[in-house]
Design a protein around this ligand. Structure first.
Ligand code: URP
Ligand code: ZN
Ligand code: ZN
Ligand code: ZN
Length: 485
């Protein structure tokens, strides 16, 4: 049968290769890759342009309820529409368990938030904040078996954090059932102690957020997370790694033979602690996220770790809050102390253009490595590969065709519901000229063509970053020694 669409003559990039070829699409999937494919009902000329897989954003927050007056700016429609216009066709936000809530109820709640709204395909990571016996023995294993094969745990934030014993319990479930644990590594007690001292000294401006969470608290928690994972003998993925000292912990773990995967995000490549303010100006609240952006000397270390494979994935950690408004970073127009500013910055739309421009086109990353970090590896880490994250026969026809042109980032051109971008005024060398979701144009370089409800929920399989299925299997290593006693 005839093809529905041919994308012709692009420089087609996968995690392995760059090759000039045509992409034949039928029924929303890639059915042929070749030279001189026959004419189709619709054609897109990609001559001289890079074509990459639609981005897989393995870390973003959409419509997550917050403590206090803050409210996330993006729901599943505005967040995913913004994703599509920045070249991302799959998002994996979080279904967060509130303490005392059943994990299954949390998943049901987020399905309702997403249904009929998402403009690109989506799955959920779980957030486990209350690992009761029921959660550990029944709910988590069942949800993993049903296709929720990744979850995040927090070492900080009062309403989310687990202690080391709880983390071990949850990691043991991940090991037994083959799930991918994601860990937010910051030492909560150090942060609380520093925050209290800063506050008593009257240091409450946004810039003190960085002082309350220095690199040391991330380094220590990263090391502890690695040790806990080694004890249980389970792979982990450390999210939003911000600088050199945490990268060193991951290099050390890898050299030890441990399966420690890692993620970094645009804010650590392009922002610094100075963006939180060089004086006590409140506008720095816009860049409050955790871990905080570090100093400029950390940035080349992160670029090296992106290039050499130390980082596994590159995600946005989009956590959008408006700056103005009763429910934003300045609740009711008030300038609150740094530790009451909601944490997180918007970036779901700028993630790919920032890395493509300043990574690939600036000569810091190969096009293949860009694809691996932004699409293939996250799809493999979270059980969506090979349907998502690559350009291959049988994969969904999720594609980005890049326009190399000078562009200045401005919030007016973005499609999220936040009222600012931390990258305002930054000059880039490229932007997606076209995004295809399952063969449909959802962004044409000028207009958002995604529609509410066009995105589908994706059941995740086992993470395939690992060479073989790891679970269920008997305990081994240190963990077995302890179990036998
Ligand atoms: O500051 C951040 N990153 N907020 C989002 C939640 C998280 O920890 O990822
Ligand atoms: Zn986090
Ligand atoms: Zn996050
Ligand atoms: Zn306070």
């Amino acid at each position: 049968p005839a093809l529905d669409l041919v994308v012709r003559n692009g420089q087609v990039v996968t995690a392995a290769d760059v090759s000039r070829c045509d992409i034949g699409i039928r029924g929303g999937r890639i059915v042929t890759l070749g030279e001189g494919l026959p004419a189709a009902a619709r054609e897109i000329d990609a001559a001289g342009r890079f074509v990459t897989p639609g981005g897989v954003d393995g870390h973003c927050h959409l419509d997550q309820p917050m403590e206090g007056p803050a409210r996330m700016a993006d729901d599943f429609w505005t967040g995913t529409r913004s994703a599509a216009c920045g070249g991302t066709t799959t998002v994996i936000p979080f279904a967060a368990q509130a303490r005392g809530q059943s994990l299954r109820a949390a998943v049901r709640d987020y399905h309702e938030r997403a249904a009929g709204r998402a403009g690109v395909d989506y799955a959920f990571h779980l957030i486990v904040s209350d690992p009761s016996r029921e959660v550990l023995d029944v709910e988590l294993p069942e949800l993993i078996a049903q296709g929720h094969t990744s979850f995040k745990i927090y070492m900080t934030y009062d309403d989310l954090k687990l202690d080391d014993g709880q983390i071990l319990d949850v990691l043991a479930v991940a090991r037994a059932h083959g799930a991918m644990p994601m860990i937010h590594a910051e030492n909560a007690d150090c942060i609380a102690w520093l925050t209290q001292r800063l506050e008593s000294a009257g240091h409450v401006a946004p810039r003190f957020h960085a002082h309350s969470r220095p690199m040391l608290v991330e380094r220590e928690a990263s090391h502890r997370a690695i040790a806990l994972a080694e004890l249980v003998d389970v792979p982990i993925l450390i999210v939003h790694v911000s600088g050199r000292e945490a990268v060193e912990q991951i290099r050390w773990a890898r050299a030890r033979g441990l399966q420690v995967f890692s993620e970094t995000c645009p804010q650590y490549l392009f922002l610094t602690a100075e963006d939180l303010g060089i004086d006590d100006a409140y506008t720095g609240a816009r860049c409050v996220c955790s871990p905080p952006p570090r100093d400029r000397a950390n940035q080349p270390v992160l670029w090296d770790a992106l290039a050499d494979g130390m980082f596994t994935v590159f995600s946005s950690d989009h956590a959008p809050f408006r700056y103005a408004g009763d429910d934003g970073k300045r609740p009711g127009g008030a300038e609150v102390a740094f530790h009451h500013i909601p944490n997180g910055i918007p970036g779901i739309e700028t993630r790919l253009p920032l890395l493509f421009s300043e990574g690939v086109l600036a000569g810091r990353l190969t096009p293949q490595r860009f694809v691996e970090l932004t699409a293939t590896a996250p799809a493999r880490a979270y059980g969506l590969h090979p349907r998502k994250g690559t350009i291959a026969v049988g994969a969904d026809a999720d594609l980005v065709i890049w326009d190399e042109r000078e562009i200045t980032i401005g919030n007016h051109m973005l499609h999220h519901a936040a009222d600012y971008t931390p990258y305002e005024g930054m000059r880039l060398r490229a932007w997606p000229g076209c995004t295809l979701l399952r063969g449909e144009v959802v962004w044409d370089g000028a207009q958002c063509l995604a529609t509410r409800g066009q995105g589908r929920f994706l059941d995740c399989g086992r993470p395939t970053l690992l060479p073989a299925a790891r679970a269920p299997r008997p305990a081994a290593g240190l963990f077995a020694g302890l179990a036998q006693r």
